[in-house]
Design a protein. Structure first.
Lengths: 710, 78
């Protein structure tokens, strides 16, 4: 027999332990998808319950974005509203599980009281009971159940206490709450009647909620006449949504204070000593110590993402190299072999190599979030960054962007405001990431003399630092301009709860890391694989018989008699890339990039760099047929010896070198970043715009630099 | 005796009662977070640059920007 299936919506305030409870209920049995039509992540998990008769029930738990009220104020809250208040929504729950922070009982019960009035079965999980005891309070649970008319289960989500009782309550025979918490009908009787008749809902409060936000209900968008009727009816009855909302909120808080909290919460001992959180806040938001501490944290994150990830990243690269070698030798040479090794494995390696950095960065971010420190970061950085249209929390992605933009962009999730988050995503790739280092060092060694100025300052080091600085300042400037251009989608609030400091939970952190890695691998990974196959095709095939002709040429002995077999192989590769589609493309764009001082060979490298910026060095090595075993020096020598056939002067002048460096500083040449921006913004609009604006910026800046130094 | 001021003018450590709001949309957000008229607020601390500020209200800490705090009228308690 098929098991009974139920849908459970998990609702609660931000910072009330909702994620801990979700993890405790579902373990690793979770997945992240999209709510249809919006950019909000839909986290669902599964858990097995059993009813009184011992039958198994499959519960699908839907983790809804944290909210303080049912009235939607942000995109995230639209989802919560639509799911709970629209009975026609395919995800409309059978049971709503409300989680409340017991140490913040009044505010948590406010949301709960709204959900009670929706008249679907409700279970209340009272979390953080340990904090209640610490505050010297006691909560009378049976009394609370009586007052609210719903089942109440005290839990400690972090310690997984009370989870079994909670599961039992969800699987029990639940009925909708019988009594209304407040008499909402009296607020607007005619409106409630009309909505109930139009869309067939029994609860007065659902009807009232729909009257406030009928635009968000798909039913009315499918039936425009009915929408018109509602609209004119509301106008006619002077239905003032804001003022009714305020009245409702006040009414609920009044009842909570006078009729619920007073009888339920018992003050046991009065020893209201200054709380630990307040003391720690004094220190961590202090003028001097606060910033020193934050700088230390940033330094640690930076070190970790940069240095600790080097070894695992090497393992990934070596592992894939080995796999490629084995495959290359095991399979007969030809199209499949080449596609597998140079197309698919290269792409896969380019994806997997990011995992160490993502895992390390999110370990830190999860700790910062779990302990409550992230809210303080926002608090002390907000005024500085707000001037540039950014959020206090933007500092974390910006700094991590110096290591790699991919995990940095994934970490913008913590920024609630759509506008500030989008700006952060748009400017983070301007920070000088580690993939630019090989390009910079090669070019600097070519065009900047290794000299000391003022006795102690190395000129090459100075230029490298200037490039980092240019990236950072441009990011701030671009953010400022974007903040003037971008229109906010919703009214932004800073208003934010400062959660109490708590110890992090390792199981939560582990689940966060797994979730982030999965999102990257499966969502961004698809795009990266596709692009890397296209890039492989461009570099490995050429129009017409060109490739055959090259092989034919080198099969004759007059060309090869003075060369070793290694050298022949390199010459063939070098000529092939020049003859490939990528080579043709390089020549095609040569007139466009010529004003920047670039030739078609650089054009090829610009295209292959799209896989990852450091591919510039490898491509140059192939074009100038330098072997892998040769050092950096030999690429440099070959490039510097290159003579422009038209001017008969060296191709790589100082002007070209600087122009190229600036181009790499600004241009969006990273498919992985674009793929992750697409994943995080759920549309191609932002990544395409980002590619365009950074490209234009790079082009103009390189043009100017080239003409200054020429 | 007029001790009504906007919340951004409060000093650290001072306590006050919420009286009213000057911005309707902002008030809706604050109300649902438990900042209802008559509720006691204490200014716990200010960010190093004076903005945002952190208040304790209804048993928890809430941080808000100065331009948000100035829409809340409070009566200073002695």
């Amino acid at each position: 027999m098929e098991n009974k299936k139920i849908k459970v919506a998990l609702v609660g305030n931000p910072n009330c332990g909702k994620t801990s409870l979700f993890n405790a209920l579902t373990g690793l049995n979770q997945k992240v998808a999209n709510f249809p039509g919006v950019t909000v992540d839909k986290k669902t998990g599964y858990c097995k319950l059993s009813d009184a008769k011992g039958n198994t029930i499959d519960a699908e738990i839907i983790d809804l974005p944290g909210t303080y009220s049912l009235y939607p104020k942000s995109m995230d809250e639209h989802v919560t509203f639509q799911l709970l208040c629209d009975p026609r929504n395919p995800l409309h729950p059978d049971v709503t599980l409300v989680i409340a922070d017991a140490s913040n009982l009044k505010r948590s019960l406010f949301l709960c009281s709204q959900i009670i009035d929706l008249k679907t079965p409700v279970v209340l999980a009272l979390n953080m009971m340990d904090l209640v005891v610490k505050k010297g309070l006691e909560i009378n649970i049976p009394m609370l159940e009586k007052k609210l008319g719903i089942k109440v289960i005290p839990i400690n989500a972090r310690e997984k206490i009370g989870i079994d009782e909670l599961k039992k309550a969800i699987s029990g025979d639940l009925t909708a709450p019988r009594a209304d918490f407040i008499n909402i009908r009296s607020f607007a009787p005619e409106v409630v009647d009309l909505i109930q008749k139009t869309i067939h809902v029994n609860s007065d409060y659902v009807a009232f909620q729909i009257a406030n936000n009928y635009e968000l209900i798909p039913f009315f968008n499918q039936n425009p006449q009915k929408k018109e009727v509602i609209k004119s009816f509301l106008d006619e009855h002077k239905f003032n949504s804001s003022s009714l909302q305020a009245t409702e909120t006040l009414e609920r808080y009044k009842i909570l204070a006078e009729k619920v909290i007073k009888d339920v919460v018992i003050q046991k001992d009065i020893q209201q000593k200054k709380q630990f959180t307040s003391k720690l806040d004094r220190l961590l938001t202090h003028k001097v110590f606060g910033y020193v501490f934050f700088l230390l944290i940033l330094f640690l994150i930076f070190q970790a993402v940069f240095a600790w990830s080097t070894l695992p990243m090497e393992w990934v690269q070596k592992g894939f190299q080995k796999l490629s070698e084995v495959t290359q030798n095991a399979l007969p040479p030809g199209f499949v072999n080449d596609l597998l090794v140079n197309g698919i494995f290269a792409g896969l390696s380019g994806i997997v190599v990011f995992i160490p950095q993502i895992a390390i960065l999110f370990t830190f971010i999860a700790i910062l979030e779990d302990t409550g420190y992230m809210a303080r970061v926002s608090f002390i950085m907000d005024k500085l960054l707000r001037k540039f249209g950014l959020n206090g929390k933007s500092i974390i992605p910006l700094v991590s962007g110096v290591a790699c933009a991919v995990p940095a962009i994934m970490s913008t999730r913590t920024i609630q405001s759509w506008k500030e988050r989008t700006i952060t995503i748009l400017v983070t790739p301007l920070m000088s990431c580690s993939a630019r280092i090989p390009v910079y060092t090669l070019l600097i060694s070519m065009v900047v003399p290794n000299r000391y100025v003022l006795y102690s300052i190395n000129l090459q080091g100075l230029v490298l630092m200037a490039l980092y600085l240019i990236g950072f300042l441009t990011a701030l400037f671009a953010a400022f301009l974007l903040s003037l251009v971008l229109k906010a989608k919703e009214r932004g609030y800073y208003i934010m709860e400062m959660p109490v400091y708590r110890m992090p939970r390792w199981s939560n952190i582990g689940i966060t890391i797994i979730e982030k890695v999965k999102i990257f691998l499966f969502d961004a990974g698809k795009v990266i694989i596709a692009i890397s196959i296209v890039l492989w095709f461009l570099a490995s095939f050429g129009p017409g018989d060109r490739f055959k002709n090259i092989e034919h040429k080198y099969s004759k002995t007059e060309f090869t008699k003075n060369l070793t077999s290694q050298e022949i192989k390199r010459h063939i590769q070098s000529e092939k890339i020049a003859a490939s589609y990528a080579g043709s493309f390089g020549r095609l764009i040569e007139p466009v990039i010529k004003p920047l001082g670039f030739d078609w060979k650089i054009g090829i490298a610009l295209i292959t760099s799209f896989a990852a910026r450091e591919a510039f060095v490898g491509t140059m090595a192939t074009i100038y047929s330098v072997g892998e075993e040769d050092s950096h020096e030999s690429i440099k020598e070959k490039m510097m010896a290159d003579i422009n056939p038209q001017t008969l002067k060296p191709t790589y002048t100082v002007a070209v070198g600087y122009s190229l460096m600036i181009f790499y500083a600004f241009a969006m040449q990273c498919m992985s970043t674009l793929a992750v921006v697409y994943r995080e913004t759920k549309s191609w609009k932002i990544p395409v715009f980002q590619f365009a604006y950074m490209g234009v910026l790079a082009y103009i800046a390189s043009f100017v630099i080239y003409h200054i130094f020429k | 005796m007029d001790k009504n001021i906007s919340m951004d003018k409060m000093k650290v450590g001072q306590s006050a009662l919420i009286v009213s709001f000057t911005d309707e949309l902002m008030s809706l957000k604050l109300l649902e977070m438990g900042c209802v008229p008559g509720e006691l607020v204490i200014l716990e601390c200010k960010a190093p640059l004076g903005d945002p500020i952190s208040i304790s209200v209804s048993g928890y800490l809430l941080s808000l920007r100065i331009d948000e705090a100035c829409t809340v009228i409070v009566a200073i308690q002695d």
